[in-house]
Write a protein that binds this ligand. Structure first.
Ligand SMILES: C[S@@+](CC[C@H](N)C(=O)[O-])C[C@H]1O[C@@H](n2cnc3c(N)ncnc32)[C@H](O)[C@@H]1O
Length: 234
């Protein structure tokens, strides 16, 4: 990993262990799914909604917001595995699970780039609001390959990415297109360092995903791209 990527990894790790952020996330778990997330899951995971024995992997699951949100919104019997490298957030998730006696949900505290999971294990893989954290450095291609392998044939993979392209001059965009791990470090609304990605969707389509994932749809909602894929092996 080069110096810039190491620094970015460090910034991300520190961010998700910062007590201010951990405190703020408590409210987020209760907020549940956003309207866009609900619509996208309804539309692209509809074939699973009535099924039992559906296995769902949630990457960067934080304190379980999307897992509890899906259970609440769709009343599904799916089996969830949430993976996150932030122990304080995993602890919050486990507390919520216990408090509301939520079944069929397990949380693992691990770095997703280092974890080994069985191939063809999941019907759905979700990575909401964490994909940028994951695709830095040399790991990105390896991780995308692994995600495509963890997903069963016919399964659905959904990522999202923030877009701030409109704030950048066109010339600048042209330069950074060459390096698709490019990010901007800035302070978020509570003053914690965060990384945002200025690249337009076609870069992901053409460069990052083409080998391992087949893009079904890219949906732009406000400042976020939702990228719905299946594994290329399907
Ligand atoms: C912005 S939060 C999103 C949490 C949750 N998905 C949501 O939308 O509410 C990003 C999450 O990704 C996790 N994360 C970042 N890099 C990770 C890695 N390499 N392995 C596991 N988790 C990671 C962070 O700890 C954090 O909980």
């Amino acid at each position: 990993m080069n110096f810039a990527n190491k620094r970015l990894s460090r910034i991300n790790w520190e961010r998700y262990h910062n007590p201010k952020l951990i405190e703020k996330y408590k409210e987020k778990a209760i907020e549940g799914l956003t309207t866009e997330e609900k619509d996208i899951i309804k539309q692209y995971c509809h074939k699973f909604l009535k099924k039992r024995n559906v296995n769902v992997l949630v990457i960067g699951s934080g304190n379980g917001r999307e897992i509890f949100g899906i259970k609440n919104e769709f009343n599904v019997n799916w089996k969830f595995v949430g993976i996150d490298y932030s122990l304080p957030l995993i602890k919050q998730a486990k507390e919520i699970r216990k408090k509301f006696n939520i079944k069929n949900v397990s949380f693992i505290c691990k770095d997703i780039t280092k974890i080994k999971l069985k191939k063809n294990s999941f019907d759905i893989v979700l990575a909401f609001n964490c994909f940028l954290d994951l695709i830095i450095g040399k790991n990105k291609e390896k991780l995308i390959k692994k995600i495509s392998e963890w997903c069963k044939p016919g399964g659905i993979i959904i990522f999202n990415l923030n877009r701030i392209r409109n704030f950048l001059p066109e010339m600048f965009i042209k330069i950074i297109r060459k390096d698709f791990s490019f990010v901007i470090i800035m302070n978020d609304e509570i003053g914690i360092k965060t990384a945002v990605n200025p690249l337009p969707s076609f870069i992901y389509k053409k460069i990052i995903f083409k080998k391992y994932l087949k893009i079904i749809k890219i949906i732009l909602c406000k400042h976020t791209y939702y990228i719905v894929c299946t594994s290329i092996r399907n």
